[in-house]
Design a protein around this ligand. Structure first.
Ligand SMILES: C[S@@+](CC[C@H](N)C(=O)[O-])C[C@H]1O[C@@H](n2cnc3c(N)ncnc32)[C@H](O)[C@@H]1O
Length: 263
């Protein structure tokens, strides 16, 4: 059995928008051609709105297919795999220690960290909501079995308020999670993850850390250093490290960066 990490762009989204585009286009044609022969403002407006909707849905469906193919673990580019494995490289856990992966999805990063730290345990938490319906605790557990990894555990949890006391973990990691959490201050979300990290523990957090989403991250780095964090680095991952600038732009991943270091 092979692990199935699914796709950050679900197939259902590509197909759904494709179908919506076709339906809207057909309705636009129906209203425009087959409707009453007499021209009216309502008819023209309806045809135009339906046509624009069809083009919008079609374009989004085409983008989903393009992005899904780039991310796919089975495709040629394997961008998700590169990002997950590249992030896991920064996660170092002492033997017997415990690491946390926040927003583990299908378990890819949790399992990659568990493989790199075979004498430690990795816990993956996620809220497994409707927006990523193909991800689940069961899928994570099946993937761990498929990868022959026995040092992982998966449980429900929310990145906004982690259900763990301060300084529980020897390492914390996360990939492309916080930008999904609408209406929350992203630096506060980082703080919540770092809260559960032990002094001396490593962290590797990858996300779209653009200024509009995260605010001033250089200032955040300086604040952590001033608080006594041993090492803090913000690494641009769109300069060829994980993806090219062009890929970042076309995939709407501009601003992707890794916050790594030691508390
Ligand atoms: C793009 S996926 C990334 C999954 C995984 N980190 C990976 O690298 O494959 C985003 C994940 O964040 C999770 N997520 C979003 N908001 C969350 C929250 N408030 N608490 C926990 N998980 C959350 C989603 O359920 C989804 O699994």
């Amino acid at each position: 059995m092979k692990a199935n990490y699914k796709n950050w762009v679900p197939k259902g989204m590509t197909v759904g928008f494709g179908v919506a585009s076709a339906l809207l286009a057909a309705t636009a044609v129906g209203v425009g051609i087959l409707g009453t022969t007499e021209k009216s403002v309502i008819k023209t407006t309806a045809t135009a709105v339906l046509g624009i909707g069809a083009v919008g849905c079609g374009a989004f469906s085409a983008w989903c297919a393009y992005a899904g193919n780039k991310f796919s673990y089975d495709g040629k580019r394997k961008l998700s795999k590169q990002i997950v494995e590249g992030t896991a490289e920064y996660v170092s856990i002492p033997d017997g220690g415990i690491g946390l992966d926040v927003g583990c999805g299908s378990g890819a990063l949790t399992i990659a960290c568990a493989k790199r730290n075979p004498k430690a345990t990795m816990i993956g938490i996620d809220r497994w909501g409707k927006e990523y319906a193909s991800f689940s605790k069961k899928l994570c557990e099946e993937n761990a079995i498929a990868e022959k990894v026995t040092n992982t555990r998966f449980q429900n949890g929310n990145a906004i308020q982690l259900d763990f006391p301060d300084e529980t973990f020897d390492a914390v990691t996360s990939n492309y999670v916080y930008h999904n959490i609408i209406g929350k201050n992203k630096q506060e979300l980082l703080r919540e993850t770092l809260r559960v990290l032990k002094k001396g523990g490593t962290f590797a957090i990858h996300d779209i850390m653009s200024k509009s989403r995260y605010g001033d991250m250089q200032k955040f780095v300086s604040e952590l250093k001033a608080e006594g964090y041993e090492e803090v680095k913000l690494i641009d991952t769109t300069n060829g490290k994980f993806m090219s600038r062009k890929e970042a732009k076309t995939m709407f991943l501009d601003g992707s960066a890794l916050l790594v270091g030691r508390k």
